[in-house]
Design a protein around this ligand. Structure first.
Ligand code: FES
Ligand code: FES
Length: 183
């Protein structure tokens, strides 16, 4: 007998109500029940990060979470980054810096980086960081980005372009947030 549950959640700002089996993963629910196929499945056991989505703003490997656990949450998937045909700044930076090749891993990297940049913007630069100097944009260092993206696997492009894209996005967001006349 199937163990079915009725749940409600928001995905990219859109309300959904559906019935899911208790054993269905969040990744399968998003892809097969709700049609958000931008979330990719690689390893399906928590290693590669391709399935990363945001649950209430935090990055989560959707292959390791059951759909029923998302009841009442706000989910963000890669489909929610762009505005129609217009890429988000982070997506554009990935394109500009050649941060993808086959693109299979890209949704996971985008969501991971988006969550990190948003959390950092909300918290402000670390105490003592030289935001305009060698610490990098907003105090974000290359080493910090390397550590962040080590969570996910890319098997074809290499990581340098991804690092550059994340740093470039942090830089442009910092410029946009600076008051007029600030360097
Ligand atoms: S598919 Fe979820 S971590 Fe690899
Ligand atoms: S771009 Fe192909 S796996 Fe990362």
């Amino acid at each position: 007998m199937k163990d079915l549950h009725r749940i409600r959640l928001r995905v990219n700002g859109r309300e959904h109500e559906l019935t899911v089996e208790a054993r269905r993963t969040l990744a399968d629910m998003l892809r097969h029940d709700l049609g958000y196929t931008g979330t990719h499945l690689g390893c399906e056991h928590g290693i590669c990060g391709a399935c990363t989505v945001l649950v209430d703003g935090g990055p989560v490997r959707s292959c390791l979470v059951f759909g029923v656990q998302a009841d009442g949450t706000e989910i963000s998937t890669v489909e929610g980054l762009s505005r129609g045909e217009e890429l988000s700044d982070l997506q554009q930076a990935f394109s500009d810096h050649h941060a993808l090749q086959c693109g299979f891993c890209t949704p996971g990297f985008l969501m991971l980086a988006e969550a990190y940049l948003a959390q950092r913007d909300a918290a402000g630069p670390p105490a003592g960081a030289d935001v305009d100097g060698p610490d990098g944009p907003g105090g974000l260092t290359e080493a910090e980005v390397r550590e962040l993206i080590a969570a996910n696997l890319c098997r074809c492009t290499g990581y340098q372009g991804i690092i550059e894209a994340v740093l470039a996005t942090a830089r442009s967001r910092q410029r946009a947030a600076s008051p007029p006349g600030h360097p």
